[in-house]
Design a protein around this ligand. Structure first.
Ligand SMILES: Cc1cc2nc3c(=O)[nH]c(=O)nc-3n(C[C@H](O)[C@H](O)[C@H](O)COP(=O)(O)O)c2cc1C
Length: 384
């Protein structure tokens, strides 16, 4: 596989895509946003996101719902399908990447390979796979299984699926014989193969030891709930060690998820963030959501980073704080994170995705470019 993430040392900034009307578990935030399945709104968001300068969007996905209350307020239900909707978003963009979440726990390796090859081909190499193992307790029952394979077994399935799918994606589309514990198949895929030599970009979202290992061995990015700068350093170090052990030329970039709110005036940004926080504090769902995720993950960081603690507006020393301010002040914070703390990947999680929200990021990217920490996709040798 061609290692793309190490091809330069510049910052990558992605958008944690609003796959539901809100990815913040609060009714207030939800009410501000368009309907999740409004095709025109989603395509408008894609156009604005690309024009602003974002490198890619990450489309999370899951089968089960979070809770009745979440579904009532539109949090993760209804939501757009990460594979099907990537096609719709690719059709109105030409530079930005899109990363779809697909679960090897539930999807057959041949389907994983086919979906990925088609999306990468059609988008001319702009597609990536977010390998997630799933954690919601009700999901396996949707597939007719009584119990979910346990955490470690799910990673066993994921690793076999990743290895097999990448063999199916090889440029000469070879005959593949796989007789593993979980994945068994024999044959070759019809065309098209992926547009990206060596196969599409790969991401793993997982915080456990097994999750880090999977990312380090096979992926371009580790999507992680980074708690503080010391944590980022440990994750980076781990990615380097795994890459060296696997004989890779470069290691996976850590993509740190961070909440972000931009306004033209700094006080306006702080005030609006207080409103978002207050609605989160009043939300019954925040803790239910945080608890579900924390129970499904063996990585302690996820529990720390998804609950109320992660919302604090007071600036905690050494922490990856929410980015709240003007495009220019937030750019300065990112420049500092890049130079002083080694951040190379940021996944922006924004409460609002109404028209006009994304263009502000254009000013942030202009400042990042001026400071030499980021370049537009068109001026880089590699999207990923
Ligand atoms: C940053 C991050 C994003 C995730 N996104 C998804 C997702 O979109 N869909 C999903 O089913 N699981 C998602 N997960 C859950 C993981 O796929 C995984 O099942 C869970 O975290 C348990 O693995 P772990 O112990 O390695 O963390 C995510 C996990 C992390 C850390």
């Amino acid at each position: 596989m061609v290692d793309r993430s190490g091809s330069d040392d510049l910052l990558r900034v992605g958008l944690f895509w609003p796959t539901s009307r809100t990815v913040f578990p609060t009714a207030y935030v939800c009410e501000q946003n368009p309907e999740a399945l409004d095709l025109a709104a989603q395509q408008r968001l894609a156009v604005e996101t690309e024009a602003a300068g974002f490198d890619f969007g990450v489309l999370a996905d899951a089968y089960g719902t979070v809770s009745e209350e979440s579904s009532r307020i539109g949090h993760h239900d209804p939501s757009i399908h990460a594979v099907l909707w990537a096609m719709a978003l690719f059709s109105v963009t030409s530079r930005m990447g899109l990363i779809s979440t697909m679960h090897p726990t539930f999807i057959d390796a041949i389907d994983l390979a086919q979906y990925g090859a088609q999306l990468d081909y059609v988008s001319n190499g702009r597609w990536g796979w977010n390998v997630t193992t799933g954690y919601r307790p009700d999901e396996p029952r949707l597939f007719g299984a009584d119990g979910i394979a346990d955490h470690d077994e799910r990673y066993g399935i994921a690793e076999e699926a990743v290895v097999t799918v990448r063999r199916l994606w090889a440029e000469d589309r070879p005959q593949v014989e796989q007789r593993g514990t979980y994945v068994r198949l024999s044959g070759r895929l019809p065309g098209p193969g992926p547009a990206t030599p060596g196969g599409p970009a790969m991401v793993n979202a997982g915080a456990s030891d097994q999750g880090l290992r999977l990312a380090g061995r096979y992926c371009d990015y580790l999507f992680a709930p980074v708690v503080d700068h010391a944590h980022l350093e440990r994750l980076d170090q781990r990615m380097r060690e795994e890459a060296a052990n696997a004989g890779r030329d470069s290691s996976a970039k850590v993509l740190a998820g961070v909440r972000c709110l931009l306004r033209d005036d700094p006080q306006e940004a702080r005030d609006e963030w207080e409103v978002v926080k207050a609605s989160m504090d009043a939300s019954k769902e925040l803790n239910v959501f945080a608890k579900t995720i924390a129970q499904g993950s063996k990585g302690a960081a996820y529990a720390t980073n998804s609950g109320r603690g992660a919302l604090q507006a007071e600036r905690k020393e050494g922490a990856l704080n929410p980015l709240v301010g003007t495009p220019e002040t937030v750019a300065e914070e990112l420049i500092e994170l890049y130079h002083d703390h080694g951040y190379r990947g940021i996944l922006v999680n924004t409460p609002y995705w109404t028209a006009g929200e994304m263009p502000r990021y254009g000013r942030m990217f202009a400042r990042l470019q001026e400071a030499g920490v980021w370049q537009p996709i068109s001026q880089r040798s590699s999207l990923w």
